[in-house]
Ligand binder design. Structure first.
Ligand code: KE4
Length: 418
């Protein structure tokens, strides 16, 4: 870490990795396999971060690894059209009902930035509605009341974002449809899109209230705005078709990241053909990327998606593992009357150190982050690697066994007793 901070700001290539809010020196990870990571001192941890979501099959999955190793024999990057990119796009369009067309990029941030520009280009409108506590990557206009690392750092907006950029970003309250209606009424005919994390996971996990997502769909239809589901976390996790499938809502555009790359840098945006058809080179909305659709990244992503799609039992396992872990934590919190609450869905969950229900940014911010830091440190010392922030999620993967989950519950029980 002393070496790192001399040459990398804060010693990390992404702020939330710095362990700032948990007051520890970050563990430098050397290798991973299945549900485990090992740090440079050889200490093994049961990993509940999974690279923040991508490692849904566990680390070093044989199907993904062998496909990548074999692809490397053929070269790393061409910057040219390849059949593989067509195969990946065809596969996703065939297996995800609401995706007519898709464009590959290199990160979730890039996917959201591109989808926002597309929505503005398609509608001819400038305003974008987002929700306080939702995090959509670090493009300028999305760093307004953002979640994840900015929320962790307690600075929901970033320096360096010109007022001119932020002024077109309107912030609503998650799970509060009236706050969205008010923004539409206050900006008639000006809202290009509403972008939402269909299950929020960047202020900790916050589930959509009954009718919330349906209400957004209706409002966007009524107002002529596009509904963008940011499924960078939910996509291919909450179901193969993501939150859109799980909750039965059809967005106009979806953004992906994480799982779609199988651990390699991949983002994507896709959806309605009439909207996607506005993208360069066939339409007026420009977007580009040297390494977009990179052969190695596409190989890793396709291998992971095919494994997930061809084996629905993976999703049954993720559901049962989530019920065991998060249901088990809920029982412990009740048994010890801990001033905590837990939100979870499928293989995603968060323990909040506040007794009140967490349904939006304001209630999430009530959490006792100092107490979370104690919990994090307690678990890390016992070999459990959690996301180093109250405002992130626990990510289960198919490599976590019931025995490992029960061990985790045992450690949490010890913490609650202490
Ligand atoms: P990336 O640019 O980090 O690939 O994706 C940005 C992004 C967009 N949308 C959602 C819903 C996201 O959760 C993310 C990124 N997630 C964070 C973890 N909460 C990435 C971890 C980090 O910043 O290092």
């Amino acid at each position: 870490m002393e070496r790192a901070v001399k040459v990398i700001p804060g010693g990390v290539n992404s702020p939330v990795r710095a362990f700032g809010s948990v007051g520890l020196v970050p563990r430098f990870i050397a290798r991973a396999d299945g549900p485990y990571v090992w740090d440079v001192e050889g200490t093994r941890y049961l990993d509940y971060v999974g690279s923040w979501g991508p490692m849904i099959l566990g680390h070093n999955d044989p199907a993904v690894r062998t496909a990548v190793q074999e692809a490397c024999e053929r070269a790393l990057s061409f910057g040219a059209a390849t059949e593989l990119e067509v195969q990946v796009a065809e596969y996703i369009c065939e297996t995800v009902p609401h995706i007519d067309m898709i464009r590959m990029v290199n990160s979730g941030t890039e996917a959201v930035m591109s989808a926002i520009r597309l929505a503005r280009g398609f509608t001819g409108r400038n305003k974008i509605v987002k929700f306080a506590g939702n995090y959509h990557g670090h493009s300028d206009c999305m760093l307004v009341a953002a979640g994840s690392g900015v929320m962790t750092a307690g600075v929901p907006d970033s320096a360096g974002v010109p007022a001119g950029c932020a002024q077109d970003t309107l912030t609503a309250t998650y799970n509060d449809l009236s706050s969205v209606e008010a923004l539409f009424e206050g900006n008639p005919g000006q809202v290009a899109a509403v972008i939402v994390e269909p299950v929020a996971a960047n202020m900790g996990v916050v589930l959509p209230a009954d009718g919330f997502l349906e209400g957004l769909r209706e409002l966007c239809d009524k107002q002529g705005a596009l509904l963008i589901f940011d499924e960078v976390i939910c996509g291919f996790r909450l179901a193969y078709g993501g939150a859109a499938e799980r909750f039965g809502i059809t967005p106009d555009l979806v953004t992906y990241g994480k799982i779609i790359g199988g651990g390699m840098p991949v983002g994507a945006f896709g959806g309605r053909r009439d909207v996607m058809g506005q993208m360069a080179p066939v339409g007026p909305v420009y977007q580009a990327g040297t390494l977009s659709g990179n052969p190695i990244a596409m190989t890793a992503g396709l291998a992971q998606l095919v494994e997930l799609h061809d084996h629905p039992e993976h999703y049954e396992r993720l559901e049962s593992a989530g019920t065991r872990l998060f249901g088990g934590i809920k029982n412990l919190l009740e048994r010890f009357e801990a001033p905590c609450t837990i939100n979870h869905v499928g293989s995603l969950g968060s323990v909040f150190f506040t007794p009140d229900p967490v349904v939006d940014y304001a209630t999430a911010k009530k959490a006792d982050t100092a107490r979370f830091a104690e919990y994090f440190r307690f678990m890390l010392e016992r070999g459990f690697y959690l996301a180093p922030s109250q405002f992130e999620a626990m990510f289960l993967n198919t490599a976590h066994t019931d025995a490992m989950i029960d061990e985790t519950l045992g450690a949490i029980e010890e913490f609650l007793k202490a």
